[in-house]
Design a protein around this ligand. Structure first.
Ligand code: KIV
Ligand code: ZN
Length: 504
């Protein structure tokens, strides 16, 4: 059998994904995500768009310094200042890549760029040359490629190959193409672009018609060697092609695609969870690969089949994406050894001794309130602790008392301790206990964050479940996620709010 081609995975969760509304991350959260992407085995991490803001430049710089086993890319329009900013941000990267782009479709040329085809051709070629003088690895993207004239696309690609581009990207920027059309376009480029065999062809698909993964796989089948994607399919509008779906599509149908990736698929579930945690979202139940229902078999006929032979209804196993076998329940008789083992089984093998100790204290405190501690409880303990570590503790909750009742105004009395040891107490009425608590905190901190999102989940069934609250606050124009965990949901709400403020 012919050997499978290795498809490079270019992850743009931290650029195309993070720029979507409600998906922003704190610098330290981006670094944590980048390290997990490295553990997952992606080939290239697109860490940001350095010219777009100081924060983006800093995060590309920090990720470039933190990640060593994969390339780190920075995005740049086809202008010198953008390319300079990307080169500066990537200065410390072990394997830097400048990713420069310009649109090639008639509609973008006329209404956005106000440039002629000749001007775009010249700019693309000049800027790739300029970038190549700063970096040996230069990716060029023809924005809106799938709505561009194919002959013009051919001319642009030929010019940028001559100028030194090492990867040519074919973005379906507005999610407009179809699998058949993408297949033909890649075949056309492979046949007609002079020098194409010296470079890697990439496909970058958006999901406006729900075809992003199908279009990506069609591009790969036609000969593309790089798939651009985001974890959980995050991205503007309907998002980008989902990394986990492309990777498992190739793994499950390797004989058909004759292609595979370097991804460690057992890290997929953990990566997906981490990214959702960082942005304060959860997967839809039926999301392919990583949704709660993705491996459940409810229908009797399916259950019967699966019991006789899993392959009757299961085309891949939960274990293959890193879902831990056999949920284990722990409790107050579980010692530190068992707790540490369980952390490892759940994939948390890179925690420091101090972090493990702090988590064990929390675990023991939880055992006093809750009889059975599930994997989901432990996962919530870890992600909340990590969120608190990112935020630091400028403010900590010292005490709270809230009264509320049917037809009565809620009143909150909140006491907060500052990192200087000062105790600050305020009393405030509100429209319900959470609102009253948040207003009292605003009085104490002098801040007036906008509550963009509030979400509460139970970590297990049963009345003694932990309440896991995630909030997203807008402070000084920045969206920040905070997390709080407690068997008391009002306390969890307050802790989440304080955690977000601490990340300001
Ligand atoms: O969708 C797109 O066209 C992009 C480019 C910048 C590659 O994200
Ligand atoms: Zn895009």
């Amino acid at each position: 059998m012919k050997k499978s081609r290795i498809i490079k995975v270019f992850d743009t969760t931290l650029r195309d994904g993070e720029q979507a509304p409600g998906c922003s991350m704190h610098l330290n959260e981006k670094i944590e995500a980048a390290k997990q992407l490295e553990a997952l085995g992606v080939d290239i991490i697109e860490a940001g768009f350095p010219i777009s803001s100081k924060g983006d430049l800093e995060s590309v710089r920090s990720i470039a310094g933190a990640v060593k086993n994969c390339s780190v890319a920075g995005l740049a329009r086809a202008t010198k200042i953008d390319i300079d900013a990307a080169a500066e941000a990537l200065g410390g990267a072990a394997n830097p890549r400048i990713h420069t782009f310009i649109a090639t479709s008639d509609i973008h040329l006329e209404y956005k760029l106000k440039m002629s085809k000749e001007q775009v051709l010249e700019r693309a070629s000049e800027m790739v040359k300029y970038a190549r003088n700063k970096c040996a690895d230069v990716q060029f993207s023809a924005e809106d490629a799938t709505r561009s004239n194919w002959e013009f696309l051919r001319e642009v690609f030929e010019a940028v190959i001559k100028a030194g581009a090492t990867t040519l990207n074919v973005p379906d920027t507005v999610g407009y193409t179809t699998p058949d059309e993408m297949y033909k376009l890649i075949k056309y480029l492979k046949k007609s672009v002079d020098g194409i065999d010296k470079v890697t062809i990439a496909v970058h698909c958006h999901n406006d018609l729900g075809l992003a993964v199908a279009n990506t796989l069609a591009g790969i089948r036609a000969g593309a060697g790089q798939a651009e994607c985001t974890v959980n399919g995050l991205g503007e509008r309907a998002g980008n092609a989902a990394l986990e779906e492309i990777v498992m599509g190739l793994k499950t149908r390797e004989a058909y695609f004759k292609a595979t990736t370097h991804i460690n698929t057992q890290q997929l579930y953990r990566t997906s969870k981490l990214i959702y945690n960082l942005i304060g979202h959860t997967a839809p139940l039926n999301k392919p690969i990583i949704g709660t229902n993705a491996f459940l078999h409810e229908a009797g006929i399916h259950q019967h089949g699966v019991l006789s032979n899993k392959a009757t209804y299961e085309i891949m196993t939960p274990e293959s994406i890193g879902i831990v076998k056999g949920k284990m329940v722990m409790g107050k008789h579980s010692g530190k050894h068992a707790f540490v083992d369980r952390l490892k089984d759940l994939g948390y093998d890179n925690l420091t001794a101090d972090e493990v100790e702090a988590l064990f204290v929390k675990f023991k405190a939880l055992c006093d309130k809750k009889k059975d501690i599930t994997d989901r409880d432990i996962e919530a303990l870890v992600s909340t602790k990590k969120s608190q570590l990112i935020g630091g503790n400028i403010y900590t909750l010292e005490d709270f008392e809230i009264s509320s009742g049917k037809g009565k105004k809620a009143i909150a009395v909140i006491t907060i301790k500052t990192d200087k040891g000062q105790l600050l107490k305020e009393t405030c009425p509100g429209d319900g206990p959470v609102d009253a608590g948040y207003r009292a905190i605003d009085k104490i901190t002098g801040l007036t964050p906008e509550l963009e999102a509030y979400k509460i989940d139970a970590t297990s069934d049963g009345k003694d479940s932990l309440g896991e609250v995630t909030v997203r606050l807008k402070i000084d124009g920045k969206s920040i996620t905070g997390r709080g965990l407690s068997t008391d949901i009002i306390e969890a709400s307050i802790l989440a709010y304080i955690n977000a403020i601490n990340k300001k």
